[in-house]
Design a protein around this ligand. Structure first.
Ligand code: SF4
Length: 512
């Protein structure tokens, strides 16, 4: 059967790495002739796409129940339509491998985190041989940025600077599933950024499990700060963000680069995980709370407007009330603008999963509620401090669920706070900002989780700056079918500069 007329649907779970990998899966499928089902008018989409791809995550509690639940829902459809193909990739696939086709024999393809480029060939082979194909590699064959990509946004993009992680945090499955850290060469990254900007992208997020250790592989410990500074030389690149840095590897040259490079945004997401030194040790995170607070102090000193966000795990095995109080202390002192808070849950395959002093669920729940209440108070106070400020907002799609009811538009401030803003009454269509444009507005209210900037209603500040990002978004809308989701066309993978043909990684770090 010819793939040319077939539709696909990539369903993504998990972190930004997966979101970006899904852009590559979409790029690969488009290059092979498949069509994104969301790009068709709603009436032409049928019951389901011809190929459904799950890009899975293994870190959340019940990740496997969710996956098998999702697969179970497709079973009757597959029984009715044997031509439907179901593929499972991502971290659960890397972890469970052939078990997936044993538990869900109606799955056609299982592929791992190291071989996403094989998906179209595996789909063909499964169709041709009428047999499920399971292909999991232990190490990266090709850096994924060399694959074609179909980006989700016209004006904003992700760029991987590294994949994998050399740390061995005891709660984390990443080293086991994504392998040791592999760094891309700066020249390749910058070439990709230039290419993105030439297509209208004005904001990029540099992605890596541990961006501060970027460069260790090719012998330059200062490479990340240098990369940020080099981003500052790319004309047309208005906003640079990155995620995530590790506190143990955070060096002051990165703070200097952030402070001295105007297009590097004043926002920092730095995972704390716990404020207790004892728990950090058990987590095998090699920094201590004083070091963490020291980084925050230096960032605030050099970049006073910086918004700092974090991740915190509550109820790690062995966490006592005293340990938890330490987390509350560090949270109070850090004044995070927001925090992703997680209740510890056993992730099979991690060292922490077999620690015997697991904290009872009720205790974890209570501590979690106390932490969330404290952080909400801090977030809200921080947002109220923004009232009266003028901010330049990058207008975005999909950020404001209530925009239609409230007649506002939404976007992100430089420090990454979510902003909902009103338009001046009677604004002509031609003066309306498009997603990808920049709008300067005044903050009128700091809500717990976002800012409201209704300055335009009372005749206050409201200035639209049209950007190449807005132009790129508008051009896409003209191409897209009515009611369909318009996405940028597929860009070919970036050529490698001086990188070896095959990148080998060593065995998993988590002992799986
Ligand atoms: S730094 Fe720790 S938590 Fe982060 S990916 Fe590496 S092992 Fe996992």
């Amino acid at each position: 059967m010819n793939a040319a007329s077939k539709t696909y649907d990539v369903r993504t779970h998990g972190c930004q790495m997966n979101v970006h990998d899904s852009e590559r899966l979409a790029g690969l499928l488009e290059t092979a002739g498949y069509v994104d089902i969301a790009s068709l008018p709603a009436d032409d989409r049928g019951e389901i796409a011809d190929v459904v791809v799950f890009n899975t995550c293994a870190v959340r509690e019940n990740a496997d129940n969710k996956l098998y639940g999702n697969l179970g829902q497709l079973r009757p459809l597959k029984q009715r339509n044997p031509d439907l193909q179901i593929a499972v990739g991502g971290c659960m696939a890397q972890k469970d491998r052939a078990t997936i086709v044993e538990r869900a024999p109606w799955v056609d393809v299982v592929f791992g985190t190291h071989n996403i480029g094989s998906l179209p060939a595996l789909l063909d082979r499964a169709r041709h041989n009428d047999e499920a194909q399971v292909e999991i590699l232990e190490s990266l064959e090709t850096f994924p940025s060399t694959l074609p990509t179909r980006r989700d946004s016209a004006y904003s993009g992700w760029t991987s600077i590294s994949v994998g992680c050399n740390n061995t945090c005891t709660f984390c499955i990443v080293p086991a599933l994504r392998g040791k850290e592999k760094d891309r060469r700066p020249g390749e990254i910058l070439a990709e950024l230039e290419a993105l900007v030439s297509q209208g992208v004005i904001e990029v997020t540099l992605l890596g499990q541990n961006v501060n250790s970027y460069g260790v592989e090719f012998g330059d410990r200062l490479a990340f700060g240098k990369l940020l500074r080099a981003c500052g030389d790319i004309e047309g690149l208005e906003r640079v963000r990155f995620t995530s840095p590790h506190p143990a590897a955070f060096t002051d040259d990165v703070i200097d680069a952030m402070a001295e490079t105007p297009n590097v945004m004043p926002s920092l997401h730095m995972p704390l995980q716990s404020g207790s030194d004892r728990v950090l040790k058990a987590m095998r995170r090699s920094y201590r709370s004083e070091r963490f607070l020291g980084i925050i102090e230096r960032v605030r000193d050099r970049i006073p407007d910086a918004a700092i966000t974090t991740d915190i795990i509550v109820g790690f095995p062995g966490e006592t009330e005293e340990d938890f109080e330490e987390t509350l202390r560090v949270v109070r002192e850090s004044r995070f603008s927001s925090a992703f808070t997680f209740q510890y849950s056993i992730r099979p395959g991690t060292p922490a999963a077999t620690m015997d002093d697991q904290v009872p669920k009720e205790v974890v729940q209570k501590r979690y509620e106390r932490l969330v209440a404290l952080q909400e108070e801090i977030s809200w106070a921080g947002n109220r401090e923004q009232e009266g400020r003028e901010l330049e907002v990058l207008v975005a799609t999909g950020e404001g669920r209530k925009d239609r009811e409230t007649a506002r538009l939404s976007g992100r401030a430089p420090d990454n706070r979510l902003v909902h803003f009103a338009l001046p009454e009677g604004l002509a269509e031609a003066g309306r900002p498009r997603p990808g444009d920049m709008v300067t507005v005044g903050v009128t209210y700091g809500a717990p989780h976002h800012l409201v900037a209704d300055s335009a209603i009372t005749g206050g500040v409201f200035a639209v700056r049209r950007t190449a990002g807005g132009d790129a978004w508008a051009a896409l809308q003209e191409q897209g079918a009515e009611g369909a989701v318009a996405k940028p066309s597929v860009s070919l993978g970036m050529p490698r500069i001086g990188a070896p043909e095959t990148v080998e990684t060593s065995g998993p770090a988590c002992g799986l």
